[in-house]
Design a binder for this molecule. Structure first.
Ligand code: SF4
Length: 70
């Protein structure tokens, strides 16, 4: 298992993570990125079997608030 962590309070709403990895990321109605299927909160965590595109999303995030733990 792996874990994706998103510090959404520091998101600038650029949409790059969603464009790169819509398997796990979407934009919330508040304009900030959000991890699909988890409750919206300041720091969101999502357990996944496969990291897939999440690492690319972490790389493209301009404010470096996406972490992938394997
Ligand atoms: S790439 Fe980073 S700053 Fe841009 S929307 Fe996603 S989490 Fe927010």
């Amino acid at each position: 298992m792996a874990k994706i962590i998103l510090k959404r309070t520091e998101c600038i709403g650029c949409g790059a993570c969603v464009a790169t990895c819509d398997a796990f990321f979407e934009m919330g109605d508040d304009g900030l990125a959000h991890l699909k299927s988890v409750e919206k909160k300041d720091v969101e965590e999502l357990e996944v079997k496969e990291v897939k595109c999440a690492k690319e999303a972490a790389e493209v995030c301009p404010v470096d608030i996406i972490e992938v733990k394997e």
